[in-house]
Design a protein around this ligand. Structure first.
Ligand code: SF4
Ligand code: SF4
Length: 380
């Protein structure tokens, strides 16, 4: 069974792998029933419904209806269907009936997560939050039609702005090791364009964003974990090797604040490949050696929390210690939640004896013993 994680401070516990249902239009009813049964059996309990097509919403609603109380649904506000096409809009005369219809088609009186749909510029985000769109979202929450307010975006600048408002309880973001090297952009074509040029490790703004979400208790669910399948294909991946779905999922789940990875699946075989995460060994999850092939070795010197350096001779979880150290360094003073998590570890940086046994195992050339010393001082 998949493990569950807290979705920030919402009080919801979501499965580490979620159901990205955008391909159900390509499945027969029987295939859809098989996929849902397979996911439910593995403990998947969160599904995203950004899709506007009423037929897709109807079929998803019918598929999860027998066990609706077990599912946490991300329903999207502002995703509409007009003249047979998907239209993202902020026009309230379109937004309101579309959301009412979504709830009806999903056979739900209340959606656990009401997502402000797909905001990719900071200007648009500010307009939404200061106008009738956000007023409508608040009305939905007051009425219990949505239980928590979420936001979906591909742009880290929007997510950073959203986190600061204190009004957004969770976010769905596009995260994978290729996008993480790319700077924030309003231009969706840049985000999904040719990333073969590579970057220089994880973009600092994205790193900062994940840390902010963690410290503010804003849970993240992930879209595009496989970069639209490109990371699963050696000829298209910027890393020159195919990653497995399990490795991609593990990369996302090792970012701070991430609670669930929404895997888009087209059939039972793909569903099984995603839920295989539940029983995968540490070796199967390990994505480190693949990222080490990044163009110009762009992650060099940076800890990406892959865990490839284990085992430590005294039993330190090096990736976790490094993650908490990075979170701590981004804030002054160190947030209490980070401090608590760090000291809850069985062993921490002050247990390091400086033997450097782990360092040859790190594909990224991280000076682990030095980092442990610095971290011990940081938390002293
Ligand atoms: S020190 Fe290196 S091997 Fe260990 S978690 Fe960090 S990047 Fe991975
Ligand atoms: S240097 Fe520190 S972290 Fe690395 S194996 Fe030795 S004790 Fe563990």
């Amino acid at each position: 069974m998949l493990r569950k994680r807290a979705l920030g401070n919402t009080g919801l516990e979501v499965s580490e792998v979620g159901f990205g249902a955008e391909w159900i239009g390509e499945m027969s009813d029987a295939e859809l029933a098989d996929v849902v049964a397979c996911l439910e059996e593995a403990g998947v309990n969160i599904v995203d419904c950004w899709m506007a097509d009423p037929e897709i919403r109807r079929r998803l609603g019918a598929a999860i209806a027998p066990h609706r109380d077990r599912w946490i649904v991300q329903a999207h506000i502002g995703s509409t269907w007009q003249n047979g096409q998907y239209v993202r809009t902020r026009e309230m005369d379109k937004v309101v009936p579309a959301f009412e219809e979504e709830m009806r088609l999903l056979q739900s009186e209340s959606a656990e997560l009401g997502m402000i749909h797909y905001v990719d510029s900071v200007d648009e985000f500010n307009q939404i939050m200061n106008g009738p769109f956000y007023e409508y979202v608040c009305k939905l929450k007051d009425a219990g039609t949505i239980q928590h307010v979420g936001l979906s975006t591909h742009n880290p600048d929007v997510a950073i702005a959203a986190a600061k408002t204190g009004k957004i309880e969770m976010m769905m973001l596009s995260i994978n090791p290729a996008f993480d090297t790319m700077p924030a952009s309003d231009d969706i074509n840049t985000l999904f364009g040719d990333f073969h040029e590579g970057g220089s490790g994880i973009d600092p703004k994205r790193e900062r964003l994940y840390a902010d979400c963690e410290s503010r208790g804003i849970g993240i669910t992930v879209m595009k974990p496989f970069a639209g399948g490109r990371l699963l294909d050696a000829s298209k991946s910027p890393f020159g090797k195919a990653m497995t779905p399990v490795q991609c999922i593990h990369y996302c789940l090792t970012r701070p604040a991430v609670a669930a990875v929404m895997a888009g699946v087209k059939n039972v075989a793909e569903a099984k490949a995603a839920i295989a995460y539940a029983d995968a060994t540490e070796e199967e999850r390990n994505y480190g050696p693949i990222l080490a092939n990044a163009p110009v070795h762009s992650y060099y010197g940076q800890c990406i929390y892959c865990g490839h350096c284990q085992p430590c001779v005294v039993g330190i979880n090096i990736a976790e210690v490094n993650k908490f150290a990075d979170l701590a360094k981004m804030h002054d003073p160190v947030p209490e939640s980070v401090r608590e998590h760090y000291f809850a570890l069985d062993k921490n940086a002050s247990d390091c004896i400086g033997c450097r046994t782990c360092e040859p195992n790190c594909p990224f050339g991280v000076h682990i013993a030095e980092r442990m010393q610095e971290t011990a001082q940081l938390f002293a």
